[in-house]
Design a protein around this ligand. Structure first.
Ligand code: MSP
Length: 646
């Protein structure tokens, strides 16, 4: 923590990534924003003038496709989802100062201006892009970078892209960036991630980055060549300065807050933030952010959360069942500095029971109950000369600094651990001082009062320190102990609790949870939507004769290619045993052509031929599909081509 006079004119600019409005946010991607919120609240409380920025990253191919699927315009689509994101932040008690949308007019204008400047000064040039594109990640890849033909970052299928495009001369700035990273050891944190960026990307040499697209139009048009839209990462990264008014008539906030103190991001998007972004800034002659911190991921049993795996944990359900602070606590305490954390319902509930219900909850309810029972609820006089007092007091006075140091290093779990050590010490103090025995002897009344005072004062320290992490809980503790002041400044001495005050016992702040019962309740919730989804109404009944009219055959895919201008279609050449046929299939969004070549699939062979997009289609490939996923049906064993399926 810093002293009052040091805070004059101290600013703290913290950002989260701006979120893709592509789906509902799960508990994992809620983490970055909750962590940033705790830091922002801490710094504000510590006297800094804080700017906490978050927002939404609304352009790109992925969003355009989602909107097409929903049959709405991209803007209608993003407006709807962004409203949901804002509701979620409200629910999670996120105290952001500004929410930027990349569809905001001022942002669009400045991105166009930035792009033009880079073009005018020769850092951006026009050429042709030929390579791969991972639409979910909105990232470009070369042949050699792919892993088993898939996106090396997320493992999903990539699409071939060949189009006229603008390129950014990344390589021009690579040496300067390497130097900068080496000279500023705290720029990329944690350390391991810095080495990963240097060794895997920067030192092997940077290729020029493709920074525009022409194959879709949901993006910011390049002002001097409107067939192109600005690559979504150039658009998105710029938000950190456009949000402050950079490039507009009013640059007051920019002058005040830039360079950012920290960009808090997940480890998956580190490359964009520590290579592309600093190079953009260097080219624009703008100082680099002071730090980029790539935190680990919250995993669930079975790895990453994903819709297709059906293991997505919904923060709204958790908040509904356990309260916002229980969720915030778990997130902030369970993702260790620099590595991944694990979520499952059982660990989560047990953590609530042990840390929140037992440690903090009990300390509060026992203390307030005892003050009511022994002193009619009136805070007794401070009385210090008893056993165990000095140690408790010393720990109280030491803890703010320990928490502050952990925060400065962004070690959020450690910060909470220090607070919980203090809470644990206070619980132990109750066992050591045995107030119920002191209460039996009228002569020990003053000592009993001293013990109560020390407990109330420790709770005041705990409330003050926990406030940035668990704001609602801090308010509840403060109300019950009736502490006037829980500012950091009030933690310089152990005497902020005012004798004579009437405490106000309230509800149990974290009721103990029956683990088994709650787990069953949560499981039942999980099952419901699955059951609902599975029961798609059946079609009209048919006879065996009706079915026999279908001629289904095992065929082998000999060749496969995209159809120009038809994003969803692939053209397949299949071997039926005694003939080859051409079939057009609407599976391009789920399979790359090379994934299908050599596969045996099932063909509806006697379907009347049709022409799709100018291509003859003689039959139909069988596939299982939902709105989000699609799998072609393959025979379980290696059946001969031409074999009848019945
Ligand atoms: N739109 C980009 C960011 C652009 S910033 C200029 C993006 N958006 S996102 O919605 O996909 O991700 C938002 C944040 O959530 C990222 O920091 C990402 O790392 C984080 N997480 C997504 N899943 C996560 C977990 N399971 N655990 C922790 N954080 C994770 O990326």
């Amino acid at each position: 923590m810093i002293k009052e006079d040091e805070t004059m004119n101290k600013t703290y600019y913290i950002t989260t990534p701006i979120y893709y409005p592509s789906a509902n946010l799960h508990i994992g991607n809620t983490y970055t924003t909750v962590a940033a919120d705790a830091l922002a609240r801490y710094k504000r409380k510590d006297g800094f003038d804080v700017m906490f920025l978050t927002g939404s990253d609304e352009h790109g191919q992925k969003i355009q496709r989602l909107a097409e699927e929903k049959k709405v315009t991209p803007k209608e689509y993003v407006d709807h989802i962004v409203a949901g994101i804002k509701d979620l932040w409200k629910l999670m008690n996120i105290s952001y100062d500004k929410f930027i949308r990349t569809t905001d007019e001022y942002h669009v204008e400045v991105v166009q201006q930035i792009f033009k400047q880079l073009y005018d000064q020769g850092d951006i040039y026009k050429s042709v892009y030929e390579g791969w594109y991972c639409t979910p990640d909105e990232s470009f890849w070369t042949d050699s970078q792919l892993k088993d033909g898939k996106c090396p970052d997320c493992g999903r299928a990539v699409e071939k892209a060949k189009e006229e495009a603008y390129f950014f001369k990344m390589s021009k700035y690579a040496d300067r960036l390497i130097q900068y990273i080496e000279d500023n050891p705290h720029f990329i944190q944690p350390e391991s991630r810095k080495n990963e960026m240097l060794n895997n990307f920067l030192r092997p040499g940077l290729t020029d980055l493709c920074v525009s697209r022409t194959s879709f139009d949901w993006g910011i048009p390049v002002s001097f060549d409107p067939d192109h839209v600005v690559y979504v990462w150039i658009d998105a990264l710029s938000n950190y300065i456009t949000a402050l008014g950079y490039g507009t008539d009013n640059t007051e906030l920019y002058a005040k807050y830039w360079p950012a103190d920290v960009h808090l991001i997940g480890k998956d998007i580190l490359r964009f933030h520590t290579i592309y972004w600093p190079i953009m800034l260097m080219a624009l002659d703008i100082p680099l952010p002071k730090q980029v911190f790539g935190h680990g991921w919250l995993l669930v049993d079975g790895g990453k959360m994903s819709k297709s795996k059906g293991n997505v944990v919904d923060p709204v359900i958790l908040v509904d069942h356990f309260g916002v602070d229980a969720v915030r606590y778990f997130l902030l305490r369970e993702i260790p500095f620099g590595s991944d954390g694990l979520f499952n319902n059982e660990t989560f509930i047990k953590k609530i029971n042990s840390d929140l219900a037992n440690d903090l909850g009990n300390l509060l309810s026992r203390t307030v109950s005892m003050v009511e029972k022994y002193f009619e609820g009136i805070v007794p006089e401070k009385y210090v000369e008893g056993d165990f007092d000095a140690e408790l007091m010393a720990l109280c006075l030491k803890t703010p600094q320990l928490v502050g140091d952990a925060i400065d290093q962004l070690k959020l779990p450690e910060a909470l651990t220090h607070i919980w050590t203090l809470i644990g010490r206070a619980n132990k103090y109750i066992d050591e001082t045995t107030p119920w025995i002191l209460a039996k002897d009228e002569a020990l009344k003053a000592r009993l009062g001293g013990v109560m005072y020390n407990l109330l004062e420790t709770l005041r320290f705990a409330a003050a320190l926990v406030e940035p992490f668990l704001p609602d809980t801090a308010a509840k503790v403060q109300r019950q102990i009736q502490a006037e002041d829980i500012s950091f400044a009030s933690l310089l001495s152990f005497d902020g609790t005012k004798p004579g005050t009437l405490v106000q016992k309230g509800e149990i702040i974290f009721p103990r949870i029956d683990v088994q019962k709650k787990l069953e309740e949560l499981e039942a919730l999980q099952e419901k939507p699955v059951v609902k989804k599975a029961v798609k109404p059946l079609k009209e009944e048919i006879t065996i004769e009706d079915f026999a009219k279908l001629d289904l055959r095992v065929v082998k895919v000999l060749a496969c290619e995209p159809i120009k201008g038809a994003k969803k279609l692939l053209k397949l050449t299949v071997d039926l045993g005694n003939e080859t046929r051409q079939v057009v299939s609407g599976i391009a969004e789920h399979y790359a052509p090379q994934d299908l070549v050599g596969k045996k699939v099932i063909l509806v062979a006697n379907l009347k031929p049709v022409t799709l997009r100018g291509e003859l289609s003689q039959g139909m490939i069988l596939a299982a599909s939902t709105a989000e996923s699609l799998s072609v049906i393959v025979p379980d064993k290696d059946e001969e081509t031409g074999t009848v399926v019945s």
